[in-house]
Write a protein that binds this ligand. Structure first.
Ligand code: PMP
Length: 285
């Protein structure tokens, strides 16, 4: 049976799951989204994802036409209808169909789309041997222009950096903020380890506040590993003992090379490996 996609309360087979070309989500990137995991039939950190979705919507003055409980039920139903226990859910809320022109008031009703599918971002080899990344020349959006805290449908900033990564033969790019400080990667938050302590850029470095980031900070602190949310420079990264990325789709990914410089020993370090194991114990039963 074809994948069933939720659009505004109804289910459509993948091939017929279409929306209007006049939706401002398509025309202007006017909308918000979330990426969520299901592990063993349970939606991981659902409340946190719903809270962030509602905050992103509020920041762009978009009213999601249902309650958080209704959204939670719709997400669970979409997974169940598709028989997906280990999967990935994409929730999209667009401004809706409207006339041409930026004015969001042209759009009457926001559209809610829920796709449940499978995702594999990196091959297994990357988790064992680590990822190589490069710094993109494209800086992360300035918070005063478009806050990176909004998970909006306009991801061109990140896509431009991703293109740079691929042109350099890498799967991911490091993005700096307008001050030249480390912000995050195109779809993951970044961490380093130095002398047994963990460091990651703070919220005001211009990052999306990752839910995996919060989970990993929590896991590390419970292990007694100090975690500092402080501004970081590329120097801090180049001289770190370990480096790793976190994200819903990627989970915890070791980084072993940045801008052709070897990080630490060039192999995933012990704290990174410990956090990968701890993360697995939360998500794999
Ligand atoms: N930064 C950006 C720009 C992202 O798009 C994401 C999500 N893919 C993350 C960080 C990681 O956030 P989370 O752990 O909530 O998936």
């Amino acid at each position: 049976m074809s994948l069933q996609v939720y659009i505004n309360g109804k289910y459509y087979p993948k091939e017929q799951a279409t929306i209007s070309v006049f939706d401002h989500g398509l025309l202007y990137g006017d909308g918000v989204f979330e990426g969520i995991r299901s592990y063993g039939g349970k939606v991981f950190k659902l409340r946190e994802h719903l809270d962030r979705l509602w905050e992103s919507a509020k920041a762009i003055r978009l009213t999601i036409p249902m309650s958080k409980d209704e959204m939670a039920a719709a997400i669970e139903q979409t997974l169940a209808i598709n028989g997906i226990k280990e999967g990935y859910v994409r929730v999209v809320v667009t401004r809706g169909v409207g006339d041409l022109g930026l004015d969001p008031d042209f759009c009457q009703t926001p559209q809610v789309i829920i796709i449940a599918d499978h995702i594999k971002l990196y091959p297994e080899e990357v988790y064992r041997n680590g990822l190589r990344i490069v710094t993109a020349s494209t800086i992360r959006n300035h918070s005063a222009a478009l806050s990176p805290r909004i998970k909006s449908l306009n991801y061109l900033n990140n896509i431009l950096a991703k293109i740079e990564a691929k042109q350099a033969g890498c799967a991911e790019a490091l993005m700096l903020n307008h001050k030249g400080e480390v912000a995050e990667c195109t779809g993951e938050n970044i961490f380093i380890v130095r002398r047994g302590e963990i460091f990651t850029p703070p919220r005001d470095a211009g990052i999306l506040e990752g839910i995996t980031r919060a989970t990993v900070i929590d896991l590390a602190r419970k292990e007694g590993i100090p975690v500092h949310e402080v501004p970081l420079t590329r120097h801090d990264l180049y001289t770190a003992d370990e480096c790793f990325l976190t994200g819903t789709a990627a989970e915890v990914v070791p980084v072993v090379e940045i801008d052709l410089r070897i990080i630490g020993t060039g192999k995933p370090g012990p704290i990174t490996r410990r956090l990968i194991d701890l993360f697995h114990s939360l998500t794999r039963s």
